[in-house]
Write a protein that binds this ligand. Structure first.
Ligand code: G4P
Length: 283
């Protein structure tokens, strides 16, 4: 499936973000824990090199915990702190605040050396569409306390949010990149809902997903669908459709509905905690 998508407004957003980098101490890059390769926009990865960075593997509640642990180890560097997060769970808040505190320590020490006290950490939130940026921000701002406003040196309309006395956030629009180097990236983004469903051929996507499940999560095929023996993807779609009664007039199976349901069940975590990308895929 060919999936490339870069609306004009994203070029503009990217330029604006580059210009805004000088206003912040820290980049908080939100990724989808199920696809840490595909959900990291290479532009955003390269932007602000040398800045302190917190990489948030969001939606970790939907991802395979073992894969997430491996990603935390592999993405951590001297300037990058990596943390797993479930932004819908308020219990995650303290862990994230601690991580922000830890990663911004060099900034606070620098301020102190310059005699600056109590200046809030300014963090830019970046991430591709649908990784949970708004949910993450709302968690940090405890929603009702979120306040937008202009700051000196900031163009009118820029989205600054005052999370606490010690933390200001600069919200940015979700940006994808002009060309996916690998077709799998497009597919993984589609599976996780970062690309509009109108652009997706669901049947193709679900067939690839079934193949992936057979190779990596055979237990789910058996427990969830009762499929024990090796079968072609075609036969599996047939079996799923029949089991669920997704039939068209004349008893033909409704492949489109079956495919759509399977993808939705993955997205909602109904099939269990599944990661689509593993550390060793990167090689
Ligand atoms: P964005 O700003 O990056 O575009 O993402 P947004 O926060 O709008 O989140 C996109 C979807 O992902 C939302 O679901 C949101 O609830 C869900 N989400 C965000 N963070 C997490 C997380 O850590 N875990 C899980 N399981 N889901 C998360 P939605 O169905 O589009 O909206 P809603 O019905 O939840 O309001």
């Amino acid at each position: 499936m060919e999936l490339e998508w870069y609306p004009g407004h994203m070029t503009k957003a990217r330029r604006q973000m580059e210009a805004d980098l000088k206003l912040v101490d820290l980049i908080i890059e939100i990724c989808d824990a199920r696809i840490p390769i595909s959900s990291r926009n290479p532009d955003l990865k390269n932007m602000g090199q040398g800045k302190l960075r917190l990489i948030v593997l969001n939606k970790a509640d939907l991802a395979d915990p073992k894969a997430t642990d491996d990603w935390i180890k592999s993405l951590s560097t001297d300037t990058n702190l990596v943390v797993a997060c479930d932004s819908k769970n308020p219990g995650t808040l303290n862990k994230i605040l601690q991580a922000i505190d830890q990663v911004s320590k060099p900034k606070r020490e620098r301020d102190l050396r310059r005699g600056i006290k109590n200046r809030p950490v300014r963090a830019m939130i970046v991430g591709i569409p649908n990784v949970g940026k708004s949910t993450f921000i709302n968690m940090l701002c405890k929603k009702s306390q979120a306040k937008t406003g202009n700051k000196p040196g900031v163009t009118r309309g820029k989205q600054w949010l005052h999370a606490s006395k010690t933390l200001d956030l600069l919200d940015t629009p979700g940006v994808l990149w002009p060309k996916f180097e690998d077709a799998r990236i497009g597919e993984h983004l589609a599976m996780c809902g970062a690309i509009s469903d109108e652009r997706i051929i669901m049947e193709e996507l679900s067939t690839d997903f079934i193949r992936f499940l057979e190779e990596n999560y055979s237990g789910i095929m058996e427990e969830r669908f009762g499929i024990k023996d090796a079968m072609s993807e075609e036969d599996i779609i047939h079996t799923l459709a029949k089991n669920r009664g997704f039939l068209l007039p004349g008893n033909a199976v409704d492949r489109e509905r079956t495919a759509r349901t399977l993808v939705r069940e993955f997205r909602d975590g109904v099939l269990g905690r599944i990661s689509l990308e593993f550390c060793n895929d990167e090689a």
